[in-house]
Design a protein around this ligand. Structure first.
Ligand code: ADP
Ligand code: MG
Length: 631
């Protein structure tokens, strides 16, 4: 016992010293000194020279070397912003926002003036903006309006190793833009892997390495496979905490739900304020955001990926084992400020034999409908000939084209229809764009816009730990028996009737922030909500299910059983309509349909004639799958 007391005391002393030292560093060093301390600063001039001499340069450097925050500023200081903006793309919204904020502080201006950011639904830039951080999706959309990106003098494609869908499409487009515009600089950054491949793709362009400053990291594997990675991570973090070793802990978890686990709060409470940080993050902390002072990494070995599932014919977000490249990036986070340790919650054999070397690029595993729409509208005739670094499987491409065809966005020859042209304008999934377009003809655009907005923001309802029942009861009061979509509309209307009050949101377990994202004013169909249900049906008829047995549904097209999600307004209400459409399918232990609306069988036949027809069997009319020739 005494020994432990002594260790604790020693530990507390160490921590005090350390925290004083680190806050001193931040206090004493000016932002300029902090900038000059970064590894990239030592090679600033060499880097600017190579950029001046080449149109395209690949820049490789460890996480934290200063690529994201400094490159834009160097280009600005070197005069590039005199004839256009310096743009920097990020695969993640959070990264675009937080980095822009940091850089505006370093330059000493207000965010949104000289330094700004743009993400979907949010533009924080102005006339003055010279350095613009944005998601890669934003730049892709800008290239629609301005195919030569004339507003830019330089584009930095950051985090290219992530190989997001949009990054991969931009690769193909920007390669062409640079060949047309000799004054445009393209810089592609990567955290080590794949850089040779990038260089080759852009025509054997130079690769510039930023010398790193890293310390050795001890890698410790699990002896046996872990059954529950959350529990294992909590145990591991506690063990580190009680070991008396100094340093902050970074835990990698696949998703937000795992981060919100109650047990984690227990760890944070254990530490004295500001003495030891324990950060739980998704793979955003692998390379996108730098967390300084990490000595310990706990790696669950999992991440969430959007993957096209051919069985259900759509994308599903699922937890997958990470790749070896992810694992190495994660462990690297422990060696930035001094020697560190990485606890991998999986066995060495799993790492060697089961993990892929690198993650399969998104373009090879997700639905490409939006990419197809975008490329078609840019005039790319034959998509199978588009210059992709790693071409998507032909089946995925054809499947996405098929999906666009059933929504009326492509004609029989594969050309863009007027509806398709309209759909490109919306930064939404094709089906959601279609609902909006149809709603104008059906006279319910105001209502549909609310519903589409509600589906486009993070979850509206929350369910706090310990108050589950109470929040469920409040939520049930909003339920519209025949539709989750209408339930959302109902929530919005009631919020509006309560003067958009945030107190009202809190009382009703509704995220105020998510609600405030909705702003609109259009034609409403009033209380005739059947119109709204039919309108939604016009774009979601391909995701229809039919009642089979008590409370059991099967997909009308495939016959696959699918279940009402327990959070659905239709769940356990005793009202089980014969036909429903669903917004998305979530796969956990079972296939759950999320956000469901009751529809008439006849609407399905009317709106989705390529799939369904009415069968007159005796006196009852039934919808069935029509002639399979379209398949
Ligand atoms: P890289 O892109 O090479 O990974 P960054 O430019 O993102 O590197 O970060 C360089 C350094 O700038 C980090 O190590 C950190 O010290 C500092 N930094 C970056 N973003 C922030 C921020 N939002 N707040 C405080 N410091 C930051
Ligand atoms: Mg970066």
């Amino acid at each position: 016992h005494r020994e432990q007391k002594e260790t604790e005391q020693k530990f507390a002393d160490h921590m005090k010293e350390k925290s004083e030292a680190s806050s001193d560093f931040a206090k004493k060093k000016t932002l300029l000194e902090q900038r000059q301390y970064l590894p990239i600063f030592a090679v600033r001039q060499q880097l600017l020279n190579i950029i001046r001499d080449n149109s395209i340069v690949i820049v490789v450097g460890e996480t934290g070397s200063g690529k994201t925050t400094q490159l834009t500023q160097y280009l600005h200081e070197d005069g590039y912003t005199s004839y256009g903006m310096v743009g920097c793309t990020q695969p993640r919204r959070v990264a675009a926002m937080s980095v822009a904020k940091r850089v505006s502080e370093e330059i000493g201006t207000n965010l949104g003036e000289e330094v700004g950011y743009a993400i979907r639904f949010e533009d924080c830039t102005s006339e003055k903006t010279l350095i613009k951080y944005m998601t890669d999706g934003i730049l892709l959309r800008e290239s629609l309006r301005e195919s030569d990106l004339d507003h830019y003098s330089a584009v930095i494609m950051d985090e290219a190793h992530e190989r997001s869908l949009n990054t991969d499409v931009l690769f193909g487009l920007l390669r062409e833009v640079v060949s047309r515009r000799t004054d445009l600089k393209l810089i592609v950054t990567s955290a080590t892997m794949d850089s040779d491949k990038f260089a080759a793709f852009f025509g054997n362009v130079p690769i510039f390495h930023i010398p790193g400053r890293t310390f050795p990291v001890d890698i410790l594997f699990s002896k046996t496979p872990q059954e529950d990675y959350v529990e294992a991570a909590v145990k591991q973090a506690l063990q580190i905490h009680l070991s008396g070793l100094i340093g902050d802990i970074l835990i990698f978890m696949p998703g937000q739900e795992d981060i919100e686990v109650r047990d984690m709060a227990a760890i944070i409470n254990l530490s004295k304020d500001g003495v030891r940080k324990c950060i739980v993050a998704t793979n955003i902390a692998e390379t996108s955001l730098t967390v300084d002072g990490i000595m310990f990494v706990v790696d669950s070995g999992y991440c969430k990926l959007k993957v096209f599932n051919p069985r259900i014919g759509m994308d599903a977000l699922q937890v997958y084992p990470i790749s070896q490249a992810n694992a190495n990036q994660r462990s690297g986070r422990a060696g930035r400020t001094g020697p560190g340790q990485c606890y991998r919650l999986y066995t060495q054999s799993a790492y060697k034999n089961e993990m892929l070397t690198t993650t399969i690029p998104e373009i090879q595993r997700t639905n490409l409908a939006n990419v197809v729409l975008l490329l078609k509208s840019l005039g790319v005739q034959d998509l199978l000939l588009f210059h992709f670094m790693d071409p998507p499987p032909e089946d995925n491409m054809l499947n996405s084209m098929y999906q666009l065809w059933i929504l009326g966005a492509l004609d029989n020859t594969g050309g863009l229809t007027p509806t398709g042209r309209l759909m490109v304008e919306f930064p939404l999934d094709p089906a959601l764009s279609k609902v909006l377009i149809v709603s104008c003809d059906m006279g319910c655009s105001a209502d549909i816009l609310i519903i589409v907005s509600m589906l486009s923001v993070p979850a509206i309802f929350y369910r706090p730990k310990g108050r589950e029942e109470e929040s469920d009861q409040v939520r049930e009061k909003f339920a519209v028996p025949e539709s989750d979509h209408l339930t959302y509309l109902n929530v919005y209307m009631q919020w509006k009737n309560n003067n958009y009050s945030s107190a009202w949101c809190n009382e009703h377990f509704i995220h105020t922030k998510a609600m405030r994202k909705q702003r609109m004013n259009l034609i409403s169909c009033g209380s005739d909500w059947d119109i709204i249900r039919k309108c939604i049906c016009a774009a979601y008829f391909h995701q229809a299910a039919k009642l089979k047995g008590i409370g059991e549904y099967v997909n009308v097209r495939t016959g696959m059983p699918c279940h009402l999600h327990p959070t659905s307004s239709l769940f356990g209400m005793g009202y089980t309509p014969d036909y429903i459409i669903y917004h998305e399918l979530v796969m956990t232990t079972k296939e759950y349909m999320q956000c469901v609306t009751a529809v008439d069988g006849e609407w399905l036949a009317e709106l989705g004639p390529m799939f369904y027809s009415i069968k007159h069997a005796g006196r009852s009319r039934q919808v069935r799958q029509s002639n399979a020739s379209i398949y």
